[in-house]
Design a protein around this ligand. Structure first.
Ligand code: TRH
Length: 385
């Protein structure tokens, strides 16, 4: 049985939207399971991008039963943390280092958990739920993951009620309904600055439209459009040399982004949370992984694909998946018309139905591990004194 507990979730925003995206998603999923949640967030402007209801002028606010507290050097933030009583469970997101004035109040009544980044690497199972002791406090390490020896993935219990609004609604919403036909494929692109993807957009001549939420990649696309013979028709609509359209759309809240993912035939996702959403919403996707020093990310990509392989029953299709995944995560890779496009990308587009089946098989598999929020709650209960 799940007991009602209080939770403090600390999130330091390093860059982009993943730190806050994962933290907010987890907080919502905990509230869905009747937990009482406070979030401590290092800045609110990035948060507002994925949750427009955020008031960036407020030090404290409540949205959908989550208390959101600014965690910075401002007087109001410091005074809250100076006098706070920590919750039953403390979540330190991605080893973000809790503030000293808060640590001062932690007693052994609270369970302190460091929630780590997602990885498909095998060592994760060894480190999951391990205890460490430092500066007079015990802290558990909790790892999300893809096997039942990990904490599972960050998704909501009521996922089953999520339905796609359908492609046409999305096309109308983003004003592209007049330029697509019934058979036009739709591919969303949420990625980092990426030359391979840019050259793919410039050279594709299929019946497809690309939808790009604004951000680092749309700015990159604008910057290099001329060089890649992509014409800007108006501020947000572009067309490549073969008449393939690219539509830049505003960033939306997480719910609407889910709708975009579910409505597209193919998605390019990145980081951690959009990567998980593409899987949990059962969509065909490519992953533009967050780049790390010494190419550490390539091993993570390999390990993920190795796990995903069990759901792809066509060897040639898997080969294309691997080829494209590797090329779009190798910064020096330039689009190669003969191999990349003619063979692999077309193979993907022609086999979207098969890939959709693989995505559904994979979704079933990862959902069996249970939600990250539920696994965290059960873990915390098992460690209660
Ligand atoms: O933004 P990301 O690249 O985030 C990160 C960070 O860089 C982080 O430091 C790094 O460690 C991590 O990746 C691996 O990608 P991610 O994780 O997909 O987060 C994006 C969030 O933004 C996700 O919650 C979905 C959300 N989003 C919206 O809510 N609306 C939108 O329109 C879009 C495009 C995304």
């Amino acid at each position: 049985m799940i007991k009602n507990k209080t939770w403090d979730v600390f999130c330091k925003i390093i860059d982009n939207y993943g730190d806050i995206g994962v933290s907010y998603r987890l907080s919502k999923n905990l509230v869905e399971l009747n937990q009482v949640v406070r979030m401590f967030v290092s800045e609110l402007h990035s948060f507002k991008k994925i949750e427009p209801r955020i008031d960036t002028s407020k030090c404290e606010q409540i949205i959908d039963n989550i208390q959101i507290i600014l965690w910075d050097n401002s007087a109001c933030s410091v005074s809250i943390l100076d006098s706070i009583v920590p919750s039953d469970i403390i979540i330190e997101m991605f080893a973000c280092n809790l503030p000293d004035n808060y640590i001062f109040h932690i007693t052994d009544k609270s369970i302190w958990i460091n929630l780590e980044y997602l990885s498909a690497e095998d060592w994760v199972e060894e480190c999951h739920e391990k205890l460490s002791f430092s500066n007079g406090h015990f802290k558990y390490f909790f790892f999300p993951g893809f096997t039942d020896k990990t904490g599972g993935l960050n998704f909501e219990q009521n996922l089953i009620t999520k339905q796609s609004q359908g492609k046409q609604i999305i096309e109308t919403k983003y004003g592209i309904d007049k330029i697509v036909s019934r058979n036009t494929l739709c591919c969303s692109i949420f990625c980092y600055e990426n030359k391979t993807i840019l050259s793919l957009l410039a050279n594709v001549d299929e019946n497809i439209i690309f939808i790009v939420p604004e951000g680092v990649f749309s700015a990159y696309l604008m910057r290099y459009s001329e060089l890649y013979r992509i014409t800007v028709l108006d501020g947000s609509l572009m067309v490549n040399q073969f008449g393939v359209y690219i539509k830049i759309i505003p960033m939306t809240n997480q719910h609407d982004y889910d709708q975009l993912l579910m409505s597209c035939d193919l998605n390019i996702v990145r980081g951690e949370d959009s990567f998980v959403r593409a899987q949990i919403l059962s969509t065909p996707f490519f992953w533009n992984i967050y780049q790390q020093k010494y190419n550490a990310h390539l091993k993570k990509l390999d390990d993920f694909l190795e796990k995903y392989k069990v759901c792809v029953d066509d060897d040639q299709l898997f080969e294309s998946l691997v080829y494209i995944s590797n090329s779009l995560n190798t910064p020096t890779y330039e689009y190669d018309n003969s191999i990349f496009y003619k063979v692999h990308f077309i193979n993907i587009l022609q086999n979207l139905e098969k890939l959709q089946n693989s995505a559904t098989r994979w979704q079933n598999r990862i959902m069996k591990i249970g939600t990250l929020a539920r696994n965290l709650i059960l873990f915390a209960q098992s460690r209660e004194k």
